[in-house]
Design a protein around this ligand. Structure first.
Ligand SMILES: *[C@@H]1O[C@H](CO)[C@@H](O)[C@H](O)[C@H]1NC(C)=O
Ligand SMILES: *[C@@H]1O[C@H](CO)[C@@H](O)[C@H](O)[C@H]1NC(C)=O
Ligand SMILES: *[C@@H]1O[C@H](CO)[C@@H](O)[C@H](O)[C@H]1NC(C)=O
Ligand SMILES: *[C@@H]1O[C@H](CO)[C@@H](O)[C@H](O)[C@H]1NC(C)=O
Ligand SMILES: *[C@@H]1O[C@H](CO)[C@@H](O)[C@H](O)[C@H]1NC(C)=O
Ligand SMILES: *[C@@H]1O[C@H](CO)[C@@H](O)[C@H](O)[C@H]1NC(C)=O
Ligand SMILES: *[C@@H]1O[C@H](CO)[C@@H](O)[C@H](O)[C@H]1NC(C)=O
Ligand SMILES: *[C@@H]1O[C@H](CO)[C@@H](O)[C@H](O)[C@H]1NC(C)=O
Length: 409
């Protein structure tokens, strides 16, 4: 009897421990927004294909070390986005308290196969109170309602820069637009401005951008038509890749798929040195555990942290098959260019507290009104698009593409 009791209570303890140890594991997705706030990477919305867009808010807590097989995910279930959102852009207030979600497409409440343009231009999330509000923004440009896959970069003065993106075809009669404008959202003044740059260079969707000094550098993507000569290793043209800027000025791109072929672009990881003229590519030989598109990459300390996205097909046959969403988290050491299985929190402060603010955002970068928009190439615009062919007109994209391009994160 006594030993039975002991056994019983042990079982209870064990089951409690197991319940607590079991980490929350979010649904895989594409088209999420992400932003680093302190030591948490927040993720908003996206398409989980379950059945479609989601309003979930998630975060990954980077304050302690972890094994990539059990990342410390949490969901803020009590405060989802007011509506499901696909491919919104994100922007952070200077004090780090408020995340603004800009644009993004929503869906009908009853029938997720019907797209719906959001009522509000911008949703604001307070990371302390977990409250959502819909701020009013002076001179907001209504073409951002429902605009998806906007490239964004932020400076240290509370200004967020938005470039390009596309609007979905809502009906068979409407046409898709791939934008080539640059907009500034001043989060201090709550004021919006649309710039018409004299050299407004090209349109872009699914490109990547980083903000370095006073340049926004766009890499890859669809619809671009401007090249910048680069030297160094051969890098496949691609779209849907990510890019991060390290503190010492290296741009690291990861993933993406080929422009003509829709398949895994090679190499998986490449480093662009923009301190040289011309810019120089270096291919990284350590093969990635997986190649992804439409994932999120975030720089934290020495690590590039890769989450979500879909698996890039490795051959043309699988490119036409259904989409496989990625369930795993991957971590790349940006110091010695190796893929690691452990996130070691002691390496995150290696460059001091500044490093926690990195990501696609360049520290202390100053952007004047005379923004330079540069297309860094070596990368040509991408055409393929298995992901959206279900609800996007593929031809529309092809027609809008001028061959080569570049871009964004
Ligand atoms: C992150 O994790 C640390 C320790 O592991 C914990 O103290 C902190 O409360 C967590 N933060 C959030 C927002 O969950
Ligand atoms: C991470 O977890 C996996 C599965 O539990 C285990 O096989 C592996 O040894 C762990 N790695 C480290 C570095 O702890
Ligand atoms: C949802 O909308 C689609 C497209 O308009 C339509 O074909 C489908 O029948 C609708 N489904 C339901 C359950 O109403
Ligand atoms: C809004 O953006 C569109 C597309 O770039 C542009 O044509 C229009 O002039 C902008 N509107 C304002 C008020 O700036
Ligand atoms: C930029 O967009 C405008 C308006 O959609 C269009 O008229 C113009 O041709 C575009 N420029 C390029 C280089 O794509
Ligand atoms: C960019 O480079 C590609 C490939 O070298 C070339 O086909 C294309 O004409 C170039 N475009 C421009 C605008 O220079
Ligand atoms: C890369 O750096 C990490 C720690 O920063 C170390 O554990 C690992 O052994 C290094 N790998 C190589 C190949 O140097
Ligand atoms: C961190 O930021 C401070 C203030 O912006 C600056 O003085 C310092 O040089 C930065 N440190 C590094 C390692 O970049």
């Amino acid at each position: 009897m006594n030993s039975f009791r002991i056994l019983l209570s042990s079982l209870i303890v064990i089951s409690l421990v197991l319940t607590n140890v079991k980490c929350y594991s979010p649904d895989p997705r594409v088209g999420q927004a992400r932003i680093l706030v302190g030591s948490n990477i927040y993720f908003f919305g996206g398409n989980t294909m379950n059945p479609r867009f989601t309003n979930q808010v998630l975060y990954l807590n980077l304050s302690s070390s972890f094994n990539i097989t059990s990342p410390p995910w949490s969901q803020i279930a009590i405060s989802p986005i007011p509506i499901p959102l696909h491919f919104p852009a994100s922007c952070l207030s200077t004090d780090g308290s408020t995340v603004y979600l800009v644009g993004g497409m929503s869906q009908d409440q009853q029938n997720s196969s019907i797209l719906m343009i959001p009522q509000s231009s911008v949703y604001a999330f307070n990371t302390n109170s977990l409250q959502w509000t819909t701020p009013s923004i002076i001179n907001f440009n209504n073409t951002f309602l429902g605009r998806e896959d906007i490239n964004s970069a932020a400076d240290s003065n509370g200004k967020c820069y938005f470039f390009g993106g596309y609007s979905s075809k809502l009906t068979a009669e409407t046409t898709r637009i791939i934008y080539n404008d640059t907009n500034i959202f001043d989060t201090m003044a709550m004021k919006w401005s649309t710039l018409t740059l004299p050299n407004a260079p090209f349109a872009c969707a699914f490109c990547s951008s980083v903000l370095k000094d006073n340049l926004i550098i766009y890499i890859g993507g669809i619809g671009s038509s401007m090249n910048k000569t680069t030297a160094g290793d051969q890098i496949d043209p691609r779209s849907g890749q990510s890019a991060v800027l390290t503190q010492d000025g290296r741009i690291i791109i990861y993933g993406g798929k080929g422009t003509i072929t829709d398949i895994r672009a090679q190499p998986d990881v490449a480093v662009l040195d923009v301190n040289t003229t011309p810019y120089t590519w270096k291919a990284i030989t350590d093969k990635a555990p997986q190649s992804l598109v439409y994932h999120s990459a975030t720089l934290y300390g020495i690590y590039m942290i890769i989450a979500f996205g879909s698996i890039t097909p490795s051959n043309q046959l699988s490119a036409s098959a259904s989409i496989i969403l990625n369930n795993n988290l991957y971590i790349f050491n940006t110091q010695n260019y190796t893929w690691v299985n452990t996130f070691d929190a002691t390496f995150t402060g290696i460059y001091g507290p500044n490093s926690t603010k990195s990501g696609p955002i360049s520290l202390g970068a100053k952007i004047g009104i005379g923004i330079g928009v540069v297309a860094a190439v070596g990368i040509i615009a991408v055409v393929g698009f298995f992901l959206y062919k279900k609800f996007h007109n593929r031809e529309g994209f092809r027609n809008s593409i001028a061959t080569p391009g570049t871009q964004y994160i």
